[in-house]
Design a binder for this molecule. Structure first.
Ligand code: ZN
Length: 209
């Protein structure tokens, strides 16, 4: 919680006007002892901040909307924990609630260039379910789940089904793409001890547990 001395006079008068009788003097009564600030409007984005943003991501060439996050359900994340692309965070660093952003990430700054070696031909026998080729899943353009030798999920996109092999593209769907992000910072607050401990945001827009 903030103490009165950390606030500007403008903020204090706002709080007093909204929460207290106008006859109360600032020198005799600090309203913050009874009312906590829901939003700290002066906090800038920095390490250990919880950040809420709205944004759109478009396909750079076609202008087609890829992803949209609106005010109805902003996206919340813990800043400086490597949960997001480094370059994405760098563009938001130092901003405060209400500030807009508009930038484009190159493939090198996001999901890398397309790796031609990540496009592979797998035998049809790798796509059998109960002795039968799983044609309902293995269709051109569909995303299928394979596992790497360590058992990690590896999503891949079906490029082509041949007679003996199926061509799968294991590149990230955003590989090789320029990513233009535009949006607004809607909230910046300090993370709680528990959030820092867990490495993620709790409450609205975060984990519930
Ligand atoms: Zn947690």
């Amino acid at each position: 919680m903030l103490s009165c001395t950390q606030l500007s006079l403008k903020q204090l008068s706002h709080i007093v006007a909204n929460t207290c009788s106008p006859t109360l003097g600032l020198d005799v009564y600090c309203p913050l002892e009874k009312y906590t600030f829901e939003q700290n409007q002066t906090m800038n984005i920095e390490k250990d901040a919880v950040v809420g943003i709205t944004y759109t991501l478009k396909e750079a060439n076609s202008g087609e909307l890829v992803e949209t996050v609106t005010q109805a359900q902003p996206f919340y994340f813990l800043f400086g924990f490597g949960n997001l692309l480094d370059e994405f965070e760098r563009h938001l660093d130092g901003k405060s609630a209400g500030e807009a952003f508009d930038f484009q990430l190159s493939p090198e700054q996001s999901y890398g260039p397309v790796d031609t070696e990540a496009v592979v031909d797998l035998p049809v026998s790798a796509f059998m379910i109960q002795g039968r080729f799983a044609e309902e899943y293995v269709k051109e353009g569909e995303i299928i789940q394979k596992q790497d030798p360590e058992g990690n999920a590896m999503p891949g996109r079906v490029v082509k089904r041949g007679l003996e092999t199926v061509t799968i593209d294991f590149n990230h769907p955003m590989a090789g793409k320029h990513l233009p992000f535009a949006g607004t910072v809607v909230e910046v607050r300090a993370a709680t001890e528990e959030e820092l401990d867990h490495g993620h945001v709790h409450g609205p827009g975060g984990h519930h547990h």
